[in-house]
Write a protein that binds this ligand. Structure first.
Ligand code: AMP
Length: 416
């Protein structure tokens, strides 16, 4: 039994899992670039106040899930529970909006939430996300959603649904919240304890409730649509129409409110039936007030984040490449094998060599285990003739290859 374990809810990514992660990361990079999005990296630790002001003091994230601590200098800090707030902070801090009025950005990295771990829910997880700053128009909502959908498609994920809703302007949302407070206030004692708590703080979140006793009331609750003005409705309809026209499976879900306080207008979530209880693998929306509330200019924005571990659960498995293309086995002097492996690496091949001075038989077994397709055997007699033996592990064919031609032979057999 190992003396130490990783912290509960935090996971190692082992070498055999890394190819899947790297494939995912390559897709993030390539698709973001195709849409003209630039990468930004921000610290994992921020002042806790940042999240109180953005995600909101009443959100579950801030109230129950944030890793918050006082550092040795007495500062109240937090491990980031999401990445948007840090990105907005960085843009405002560095005055980027004075340089350009439109920013297309993406990010990727770990986030932390003190949640009860289960499948698809961890305490350290990773998010990829993108944000478009500077346009209040529905075409920027659409661009962000199409970017997200392009990533999902490129990863080979097909069984999903995009749920869309609108929260309107802050004013419309306030009036709606008031209506909800009144409606649920009449049935208060019949609601779940959690919903009773939310009634004062954030009645919108009652619509999110999974408690069975809340469901009949939620079904009869007023709908936000009735509180929206024409401009908000038009904005939402344009987003829905354009996304649908792009062939993405859309469902309007009037109960989708998202857990973060900063959203206005469009909100959305990518949902998959394959994930079980934690069925959302990405989400986002418009947040037109956040930049200004951080002391920046009034800049509208829209963005989303994917949970990387959940994308990994949904991705079809990929064939794994062996760690090396060629294994150099030696019967005799190890320096010769070192020379051969260096020659192969210099020619650009992924090549490994025995480091444990094992028998030739054991080396060949190891090459098999690693799935390496070609072995170069450095033997006494061949070496004296200035050559090595090349063997294909698939069928055991082998031939003698002069050292100056080694790289050409390897290229030839690997390309077959
Ligand atoms: P949110 O902004 O909270 O909706 O988070 C965006 C995405 O991050 C979600 O759709 C999930 O895919 C992922 N996510 C959030 N919390 C966790 C967690 N504790 N563990 C794993 N993934 C998470």
């Amino acid at each position: 039994m190992s003396q130490f374990q990783a912290v509960r809810g935090m996971h190692d990514v082992l070498p055999e899992q890394l190819p899947q992660w790297q494939r995912l990361e390559a897709v993030f990079r390539a698709v973001s670039a195709r849409f003209g999005y630039e990468e930004i990296r921000t610290p994992v630790v921020e002042y806790a106040q940042l999240y109180l002001r953005s995600v909101g003091p009443d959100s579950d994230i801030v109230r129950k899930e944030m890793y918050q601590f006082t550092d040795r200098g007495g500062e109240q800090l937090a491990l980031r529970p999401e990445l948007t707030a840090g990105v907005v902070r960085a843009l405002v801090q560095h005055g980027l909006f004075h340089r350009r009025s439109l920013w297309r950005l993406w990010y990727y990295g770990p986030a932390f939430r003190y949640e009860r771990p289960q499948k698809g829910r961890y305490r350290q997880f990773h998010q990829y996300g993108a944000e478009c700053f500077g346009s209040p128009y529905p075409e920027s909502d659409v661009e962000i959603i199409l970017l997200a959908a392009a990533i999902v498609q490129e990863l080979g994920i097909t069984a999903y649904e995009l749920q869309l809703n609108t929260l309107g302007t802050p004013e419309e949302r306030r009036r709606y919240q008031q209506a909800l407070r009144e409606f649920f206030g009449h049935v208060r004692s019949a609601l779940s304890a959690e919903s009773q708590q939310r009634l004062e703080r954030n009645p919108l979140r009652i619509l999110d409730s999974k408690h069975p006793e809340d469901q009949p009331f939620i079904e009869q609750a007023p709908v936000l649509w009735d509180y929206l003005g024409t401009a908000s409705r038009e904005h939402f309809e344009r987003v829905c129409d354009a996304v649908q026209a792009a062939g993405i499976p859309v469902r309007v879900n009037q109960r989708l409110v998202r857990g973060l306080d900063y959203y206005t207008h469009t909100v959305f979530e990518f949902v998959s039936p394959q994930l079980g209880a934690q069925n959302a693998f990405g989400g986002g929306g418009r947040y037109d007030m956040l930049v200004e509330s951080f002391g920046g200019p009034s800049v509208p924005a829209v963005g989303f984040a994917f949970g990387v571990e959940r994308l990994l659960l949904l991705m079809p498995p990929q064939p794994v490449e062996p760690v090396a293309q060629i294994y150099v086995a030696v019967a005799g002097e190890v320096e010769r094998a070192q020379q051969v492996v260096m020659q192969l690496r210099a020619a650009g091949y992924r090549a490994v060599v025995d480091l444990q001075r094992r028998s030739l038989k054991a080396q060949l077994r190891e090459a098999h285990r690693l799935g390496v397709p070609v072995v170069a055997i450095v033997g006494q007699a061949e070496w004296e003739r200035g050559s090595v033996v090349l063997r294909l592990l698939s069928d055991g064919t082998q031939w003698e290859c002069p050292l100056p031609e080694l790289s050409a032979h390897v290229r030839h057999v690997l390309s077959r």
